[in-house]
Write a protein that binds this ligand. Sequence first.
Ligand SMILES: Nc1ncnc2c1ncn2[C@@H]1O[C@H](COP(=O)(O)OP(=O)(O)OP(=O)(O)O)[C@@H](O)[C@H]1O
Ligand SMILES: [Mg+2]
Length: 503
Amino acid sequence: MKEKNKMEKFDWRNKLFDSLSFPSLILSPEMEVVAANSRFLARYRLTKEQAVGKKCYSILYGFDKPCDAATCPLLKVVRTKEGTSSTNKTRGPDGEDIYEDRVCSPIFDGNGDIRYILTSIRDITKIKLLEIESHRSRDFLEKIIESSASAIIVADMKGVILFMNESARKLFGYTTKVAVGQSIAEYLYTPGGARSIMKKLRSREYGGVGKLHTTDMTIITSTGKSIPVEMTAAIIYENGKEIATMGIYNDLRPRIKIEKKLREAEKIKLAQSNKMASLGQLAAGVAHEINNPLSGILIDASLIMEGLEDENPLKEDIKNIIEDTNRCKDIVKNLLAYSRQVEIKEETLDMNAVIEQTFLLLKNHALLRNITIQKEFSDGMLLFRGDKNQLIQVFTNLIINSAQAIKDAGTITIKTDRDKAKGKIYVEISDTGCGIPKDVLPKIFDPFFTTKEEGKGTGLGLGTVQGIIEKHGGKIRVKQTSPKGTTFQITLPLFMVSKNTLV
Ligand SMILES: Nc1ncnc2c1ncn2[C@@H]1O[C@H](COP(=O)(O)OP(=O)(O)OP(=O)(O)O)[C@@H](O)[C@H]1O
Ligand SMILES: [Mg+2]
């Protein structure tokens, strides 16, 4: 009996309201707080006395007049007699952003009129912040995809375009408005192309199921133009189900254009080198045939010269014959050098020693009389594999060229260096000569190209030098040239005694 009384006294209605796990208020239609549950009082840091009897806008927002009637959920409930929910962004007690979901439900009296309104406030800040973060990352990803230089298209499994980035719109010639939402995926390829891509995507052989490794394809633009592209594709799955396909395309036209140009340049180069090779053979043949008669002329002319009296007027003529014949012999010598550059007798040489030997041979050369020679040799030996005589010829030609470029007096500098890591030897020959004009520069390595006055140069020097250096696995180039002088640079492979040891 005692137990029963206890049960009857238990005010479950009040307890029910107070136990609601969301901060809740019971409001009168006049916006007055009739009751506030414990959660509400705790959330707004109020006592019951501070809340009950106050206006909702005063305790919720600190306003002294009602909120905007158009957006007030309470007035909406009164107007429509239906429950309503809205999301509000407010400030928490410590000034932090708070997102709240506010649910207002009408409580009717026996006549169907609204007596009270139950307002529950749910803090959805955590969910909202996650949502904002997820939007932000989605926007960021979209921006990345949109700004990709590769064209990207996403279509659903029925071929309806879901997305086209800017590069795709440009490549395929569509606007988002025209393409997105349209079932046009199969028209983006030559007939059967789309089906073949899907077949490959579903097979294991082209990068695994759902993937298509780089493949060359032809796409069709909105105007019907065919464009060669390189594409990769993938199927997008959701819970193991195919939901979309994605294609990434790169226009192959610029690459094809460059490759064509390279092929043409290669062809021209080959034709040029064939021409040079036959020219070399011809030169060698001619030189060989001319050499012997020239020697004969020289001997006979010298004998005649010796037999003539000093005052004989013929002496001057014979002297000219001897000079011109010597000149012809020089030309023959150059021709033979030019044509013989192909065979090299290899031995291990030290670059600094080869250059020293060249200077020794040139010691008394008339051209070097007013020229200061400056040597800037690297410390230690610069070993390389090569043909000593041919390398001496290289440096002789370059030094003579430099000397010829210097009018009266000047300096020729020879600098040697090495790069162990790259396995290279560098030799630089610089002069304080006249420099090489811009229009002459592209021709200097051509055989028989010379700017020297007639009878002074055959134009075979640099062609021979280049041939020898290239046969030694090296390169020669004009590093710099100006009216103040020129620097030629030679690069040759550094000889490595063993894999890890450089001498
Ligand atoms: N150091 C240099 N300074 C200025 N011009 C140069 C220099 N070296 C070469 N040239 C230019 O390059 C041309 C070609 O040189 P190359 O050595 O092949 O022939 P050449 O010196 O004219 O004749 P050859 O060497 O057969 O006697 C020269 O005529 C000259 O115009
Ligand atoms: Mg020369």
